[in-house]
Structure formats: structure tokens, C-alpha cells
Design a protein around this ligand. Structure first.
Ligand SMILES: Nc1ncnc2c1ncn2[C@@H]1O[C@H](COP(=O)(O)OP(=O)(O)OP(=O)(O)O)[C@@H](O)[C@H]1O
Ligand SMILES: [Mg+2]
Length: 414
């Protein structure tokens, strides 16, 4: 635990999220060994500090630490960069040159964006990992080196394997100890600690008071999806610090720096092409309401049956008679057919005042008139667009096909 705080302080890692703590803890545990480590996590989650933690807590800390961004080196020169080359081995190779694996003998190499390595380089890497052997480009002499490899990737390596872009054997060799860095949106309240730290740092850098967030802005900060993670948070904190005159940042201001805010963290509506698909959230809500209505009708019928058969005793003390009367009337209209005079279910009396039942009745009426409302809305939309279904459907937020079905269902003339 003490170690954890020390590491955070020494390497400037902010946050107390359990997943982040676990990652730091694994890094500290694995540091004294020579095991390969693969660090994964979305872009901007803070992967780059981890190989430094591992190197500095290992016996190799006085050896070389070399960080290589595999994605930034052209394919034609990467083998030479990593493993060196002999003089004259390719055009422009005027001198022989040591590669990183030779230079870092006794130290640590961090291979960032390792999934970007060409397949041929992956073969060389696997060999050096397994045997410590490598060959300079243009040479036939096998050399030995003692390097610890730490790799990182912000892409899904197993998927790269499926796509034939990454060797499975190399993945297992690198992934001896996996460390996963959680995305910022998973870290909850850590985001406020990070924001405050960045706000204070930039205030110092630009010699101005630190920005603060009002409660709405805090809410936005917590609920945004942060696709660029800590890097994105740091960048916008810097931008806002410089651009905004006002030091208290309100929600609306913050939103301006998050152009896709609002399109994220909503429940996803899965689109499919079959009849049951929902063309919009509105349709989904309609579906839920209609399902509820249908359930309620089933319940009403059940209660009506029970009352009719005398299976339940509805001696009313608290004013449900009107409701039951309605229930009886509706179920009767739906199912039983008219017998001329209204039949009464047994077992209850109707000497109740309307006042007693108003609340219940209101709820019933509102929800039960939904289909009428829907029919009205459809009629209005069709009228407005002079029968043009496409435009009407668009306004209603439903698909043309659904509109067509509803027109038939409600027998609307159009
Ligand atoms: N927990 C943290 N505390 C303080 N600063 C952090 C933290 N995590 C990340 N940062 C900062 O966020 C920025 C991005 O981190 P880093 O470069 O390590 O991301 P990355 O995971 O390597 O992303 P990519 O996959 O895109 O290379 C850096 O400036 C880093 O200092
Ligand atoms: Mg990085």
C-alpha cells in the first residue's frame, strides 16, 4: 500500500480507482523479474508511464531504457533500427550501426504500439525473446543480448491475430504478464482529481487562477464517454484554461469542448431490418407502453373473471367501486357481449363517492387513451402532409412501414 502511494507520487500518477491501483500493483510486483509485460488500454489511458515504473523498480534500473514507437518507424527501416545493420547492407547504409536490442543490452526496451510491427519483424522479435539471439540486417553473425521487453498496444491484439496481422506465438510470449489500464470513463470520481491536477498545472504554467467547474459541468465531466481518455481531458483542460475568460466553467461552456456530448452513454437502440426493429427511441417507448396496456387488459380480464366467479371478496371500504364498475363494463364490452341490461358482478356494492377514486381513475384514463392519441397523431400528421406517408412518418418519428401497419390497424382512411 505504501509502495502504491510512493509510485504514484514519484511518477505523477493521479487517481485511486481500483483497476488503476491493481495495474500499478502488478507493475511493481513484476518489476524485479525479467518477465515480458504487455500493457493494453485505449488510447490516452496513460500506458507510457508503466514501462518506466517497471524498469525503475527492476535490477536493470541502471541499464539503458529505450522506448520505441513501432508505429512511427517506416517499415523499410524498422529491422535496422531494432537489430542494427552492416555497412552496405542497403542503399544508404554507409556505416554499420547498432540496433536498440544491442544498445539496450542489460536494460529494458519498451515497444510501444507493438501491433504495428510488420510480420517479418515479429519473427525476429520472437527469436530475440525466446533465445536472446538476433542478427543485424545484412549480416549472418548471430549475436546475443539480454534485454527485457515491455510492449504496449491500444488496439485489440487478439483481433489483429484473427486478421492475420499479428503472430499468435508472439502474443503469448509478450503477454506473459498482462496489464490492462482502465478507460477514463470507468474510473468514476478519479476524473475530478485528474481535472483539478491539470487545472492547477495549467494555471501555474500560464500564470492565471485555476479553472473550476459548476455542478452541471461536473455532471457532464462524469458522464461523458472520453474516447481520448486522460489525454483528451488534459487537452481540453488546457484549452479551456486559455480560451475562457470566466474561471468558473458552466455546463454549457464545457459542452462546447465536447462536440459529441449527448450522443454517448444513452442506451443503444439496436437496429435490425426485420419487422420487429425500432426505427427510433420513440417507437421503442410506444412499444413498451402498448405492451403495458396489453398486460393491463389481461389483468383486468383476470380480475373480472375472479369477481364474476366470486373467487375474491370485494367488499369495498376504500372506494374502488367505480374502478371495478369500469373494469366490469370494459371487460363486458370486450368479451361477454351485451345482454341488454348491464350485468353486475357479485360481491361488491357501488355506494362510493367519486372523490374517493379520482386518483386511480385519472391514471387509468390517461394510459388507456394512448392508442386514441396515437391514432389522432397519425391522422394529424397525414393531414398536415396531405396524405404523404413518408413525410408523415418522418414527423412521427416512425418508419414508413410502421405507419402503413398502423393505418391499417386503426383503419384510418388516407
Ligand atoms: N493517471 C494519470 N495521472 C496523470 N496523468 C496521466 C494519467 N494517465 C495519463 N496521464 C497523462 O495523459 C497523457 C496520455 O497518456 P499516455 O501518453 O501514457 O497515453 P497512452 O495510453 O500511451 O495512449 P496511446 O495509446 O494513444 O499512446 C499523458 O500526458 C499522461 O501524462
Ligand atoms: Mg502511448
Amino acid at each position: 500500500m505504501k509502495d502504491l502511494q510512493n509510485i504514484k507520487q514519484r511518477f505523477g500518477i493521479i487517481g485511486n480507482h481500483e483497476g488503476l491501483n491493481r495495474s500499478i500493483d502488478i507493475a511493481a510486483q513484476v518489476a524485479p523479474t525479467d518477465l515480458s509485460v504487455l500493457i493494453t488500454g485505449e488510447s490516452g489511458t496513460g500506458k507510457e508511464i508503466f514501462p518506466q515504473v517497471i524498469h525503475n523498480y527492476s535490477a536493470r534500473k541502471h541499464g539503458q531504457y529505450i522506448a520505441v514507437n513501432c508505429g512511427a518507424i517506416p517499415e523499410g527501416t524498422i529491422d535496422s533500427e531494432l537489430f542494427g545493420h552492416e555497412k552496405g547492407s542497403f542503399t544508404g547504409a554507409n556505416e554499420s550501426r547498432k540496433g536498440y536490442f544491442e544498445v539496450a543490452d542489460g536494460g529494458t526496451i519498451f515497444l510501444d504500439e507493438v501491433a504495428e510491427l510488420p510480420l517479418s519483424t515479429q519473427v525476429r522479435l520472437l527469436r530475440v525473446l525466446e533465445t536472446g539471439e538476433f542478427i543485424r540486417v545484412g549480416s549472418s553473425k548471430v549475436q546475443k543480448t539480454n534485454v527485457r521487453v515491455i510492449a504496449a498496444s491500444n488496439i485489440d491484439v487478439p483481433r489483429a491475430i484473427d486478421n492475420g496481422k499479428f503472430r499468435e506465438d508472439l502474443f503469448y510470449r509478450l503477454n506473459t504478464v498482462p496489464i490492462r489500464i482502465p478507460a477514463l470513463r470507468e474510473r468514476g470520481e478519479d476524473i475530478f482529481l485528474l481535472f483539478r491536477k491539470f487545472a492547477v498545472d495549467f494555471a501555474e504554467k500560464y500564470r492565471m487562477p485555476a479553472i473550476r467547474l459548476d455542478s452541471e459541468a461536473k455532471y457532464i465531466l462524469l458522464n461523458y464517454s472520453w474516447p481520448g481518455n486522460v489525454r483528451q481531458l488534459k487537452n481540453i483542460t488546457e484549452q479551456i484554461s486559455i480560451i475562457e475568460g470566466e474561471r468558473e466553467i458552466i455546463g454549457l461552456t464545457l459542452r462546447n469542448y465536447l462536440p459529441d456530448y449527448g450522443s454517448v452513454k444513452l442506451p443503444a437502440v439496436i437496429k435490425r431490418d426485420d419487422e420487429k426493429s425500432f426505427s427510433s427511441e420513440r417507437e421503442l417507448l410506444y412499444k413498451i407502453l402498448f405492451d403495458m396496456k396489453s398486460d393491463m387488459n389481461d389483468l383486468k380480464k383476470l380480475v373480472f373473471d375472479l369477481i364474476s366467479r366470486g373467487d375474491i371478496d370485494v367488499t369495498l371500504q376504500n372506494g374502488n367501486s367505480q374502478v371495478i364498475n369500469n373494469l366490469f363494463r370494459e371487460a363486458n364490452e370486450d368479451n361477454v357481449g351485451s345482454h341488454g341490461n348491464e350485468p353486475q358482478p357479485t360481491g361488491f356494492s357501488t355506494h362510493q363517492t367519486r372523490k374517493d377514486i379520482q386518483d386511480t381513475e385519472e391514471i387509468f384514463e390517461e394510459s388507456l387513451s394512448l392508442s386514441d392519441n396515437e391514432m389522432e397523431m397519425i391522422k394529424k400528421a397525414l393531414e398536415k402532409y396531405k396524405g404523404k406517408r413518408k413525410l408523415a412518418a418522418n414527423e412521427l418519428g416512425i418508419s414508413e412501414r410502421t405507419l402503413y401497419r398502423k393505418i391499417k390497424e386503426y383503419e384510418i382512411e388516407s
